[in-house]
Design a protein around this ligand. Structure first.
Ligand SMILES: Cc1cc2nc3c(=O)[nH]c(=O)nc-3n(C[C@H](O)[C@H](O)[C@H](O)COP(=O)(O)O)c2cc1C
Length: 418
């Protein structure tokens, strides 16, 4: 019986364990988690989502405080178009996060950064260019373009000296999205080094509409595979979304996938950035609690636990401090929803906003518990302790379980001493 370790992800002459730990913003896929994946010979992801917050946490910088200070005069104003990111600071924060991660890298694997286009930051093109270029400057092994079609992203970095040497990939959820990306990027004369095909069971934002449940990852992967073959394009495909056991992964590798991208299993690793009380919520979750809703202001459906404190919270928009979802004209659909509730409830101190959530603030505070569909199975991957809590796992244990397990088995960790 085959297992994941019988396969290798090949980038030119380089051979890797075909396990990619997916990017999870905001700092849920920490540098520590990505570095473990790389040490074990696979690929780990950091994320540049809310990079100033991440830098402040890691390096004690004051990026967020200084931005708030600069725009404090605007806090009560409903028009946020004045709130701009300082591009030099975005570059500096990105370089710090990436460079210190790359300096700490050990082993034969790689560390990539997940870059979401939907973080429009009140100047979509300019801020994305700076984020991508700064990551390349700081020596990242590769960039995974996520949450968006990225039709112009290759062009933003085509003049960078590392454009052809860094690994560049994109996440798509349909053949059509891939075709569009390839057509629009053709002018740069460079194919992606890999394509992550993300199905409807993934965590975070989904590249599907409300009819997500009609789709199936294996079918989408097969469709893309057939088209690539017909076009004689040799691009490694990496399925993602709902791959919960080593056997799930092996089935994809046997049918021609180059690797798998996984995330949910790692949300309960010690190295993951989620606070431990939130990790316990992931362990405790029942299937009924996993929902796909429309509360993200990005416009994409998002999967999360239905008891996430972010749902229904009516906090004042925090764009002066954050503002990562402000579009090119300084709007965010949470601001619109919030203002409508405030106007409809005069005199009420704390309104509840059900329609949208302030994703920046709640991701920053780990109050939006985004998760993959199979989060309810996490309890089966560990021991329940005497106090009723679940034992956290090491990233190494989870990685090795994917790498070596067979027969749909999930290896439990050694029980922690009482
Ligand atoms: C908690 C969590 C946060 C995530 N955040 C992001 C993100 O910021 N950007 C992104 O492209 N994908 C994100 N994802 C998707 C993963 O990178 C990955 O592709 C997917 O979840 C894999 O499916 P699995 O979780 O079933 O293994 C997230 C997933 C989880 C579970």
């Amino acid at each position: 019986m085959k297992r994941v370790d019988d396969f290798r992800l090949k980038f030119g002459k380089q051979e890797l364990v075909p396990i990619m730990v997916g990017g999870m913003g905001v700092d849920i896929s920490t540098a520590e988690l990505a570095l473990e994946a790389a040490r074990l010979g696979g690929v780990g992801h950091i994320s540049d989502a809310m990079i100033k917050t991440v830098a402040d946490r890691r390096f004690n910088t004051k990026f967020v405080k200084n931005k708030l200070q600069q725009y404090k005069f605007n806090v009560a104003n409903t028009d946020k178009s004045v709130v701009q990111f300082n591009l030099g600071e975005v570059a500096e924060a990105t370089r710090m996060h990436v460079a210190s991660t790359m300096e700490a890298k050990r082993g034969s694997g790689l560390v990539f950064v997940n870059c979401m286009e939907k973080l429009t930051m009140n100047a979509p093109k300019e801020t994305l260019r700076v984020r991508l270029q700064a990551a390349l400057d700081a020596g990242i092994d590769g960039i995974t373009l996520a949450a968006g079609l990225h039709l112009g992203s290759f062009a933003l970095i085509e003049d960078h000296p590392r454009f052809r040497d860094a690994k560049l990939g994109i996440i798509v959820s349909s053949l059509r999205a891939l075709q569009l990306f390839l057509r629009k990027s053709a002018r740069t004369n460079r194919l992606p080094d890999y394509v992550v095909v993300e199905g409807p069971l993934a965590g975070g934002h989904l590249g599907f509409g409300a009819d997500w449940a009609q789709y199936d990852l294996a079918t989408i992967v097969a469709e893309i595979q057939t088209w690539l073959r017909a076009e004689q394009l040799d691009i490694p495909l990496i399925p993602a979304g709902g791959i919960f056991t080593g056997s799930d992964a092996t089935a994809f590798l046997e049918s021609g996938a180059a690797a798998v991208q996984v995330a949910t299993r790692f949300t309960v690793a010690k190295e993951c950035g989620l606070p431990e009380d939130v990790q316990q919520e992931y362990f405790k979750a029942s299937e009924e609690q996993i929902e796909v809703n429309q509360v993200s202001p990005t416009g994409y459906p998002m999967r999360m636990l239905s008891n996430s404190p972010a749902i229904g919270s009516g906090i004042r928009p925090n764009c002066e401090a954050y503002g990562y979802l402000l579009d090119a004209s300084g709007s965010c659909s949470y601001i619109t929803a919030y203002n409508r509730e405030v106007a409809a409830n005069p005199g009420v101190k704390r309104v509840s906003v059900m329609e949208k959530t302030c994703l920046c603030t709640h991701m920053r505070n780990f109050d939006c518990w985004t998760c993959g569909h199979y989060t309810y199975r996490l309890k089966d991957t560990t021991h329940r302790l005497d106090d009723g809590s679940y034992q956290l796992l090491s990233a190494e244990h989870i990685f090795h379980d994917y790498q070596f397990s067979t027969g749909n088995q999930i290896a439990l960790p050694e029980r922690a001493p009482a």
